[in-house]
Design a protein around this ligand. Sequence first.
Ligand code: FES
Length: 282
Amino acid sequence: MPFKILEKEELATGVFKMVIDAPDVAKAAKAGQFVMVRTFADSERIPLTIADFDSKTGTITMAVQALGKGTKQLTKLIPGDNIADFTGPLGTPADVKKIGTVILVGGGVGIAPIYPQIRAYKEAGNRVISIIGARNKGLLMMEKEFEEESDEFYVTTDDGSKGHHGFVTDVVKQLLDKERAGEYNGPKIGRVVVIGPPILMKVATNMMAAYPDVEIIVSINSMMVDGTGMCGGCRVMVGSVPKFACVDGPEFDGRLVDFDTVMNRLMIYKKEETEASKKYDE
Ligand code: FES
């Protein structure tokens, strides 16, 4: 069954929103899950975290960064084109429950996948503070949507071209310190969820060592190969126990994740990916 692209829009430089007609996937999807996409029958499989889903219209929205050969093939397609394979929802849904106040952090291409969690946490009765950040303002996306849905919303850029000049973690720290100083009026901040590059999730987790009473959840969504628990490509050590990000995750307690193995594993595929992407551009 072909999966039609209904909409495509460039959200930020090189990052495209793609809305796909996939009623069965949309009916079952939950925040935190992902889909496996194969553009053509002979293309590689690409794992993409679901950025939005609508069971009424039967659509799934993804944000795709055109980086490697597979994502470049996908983002060249236009509305009306079909995708060969679209499997999902995969992975364990985010553990959404009533916490109090939840801080949701999206860094770079992690901005889109954190978005559906706003709605999920709010529906569970939480106050939601969202923070999105990127290297510069050209890489920010979905600001209007975040502002509308969140109770409080912050933007950061590494170069200071928009919002706070610095990192998303600076704002998380400011908020937690404000609460400790008795200057925050909302329900207790009980959880921070971070989706972004592994280095950002590692830095955020290290920073949270000073706040042991606040949970830190991260999403290891960038290292999957088959997405079915068969290939072992997404193996990650969590509390010294091997887990598969595609079936046990992608979300884990950040304090238990061995980020160095995650980053090393990503480097293993880097050379082949860069070569394939270069060849595709030629
Ligand atoms: Fe292959 Fe998870 S992606 S086991």
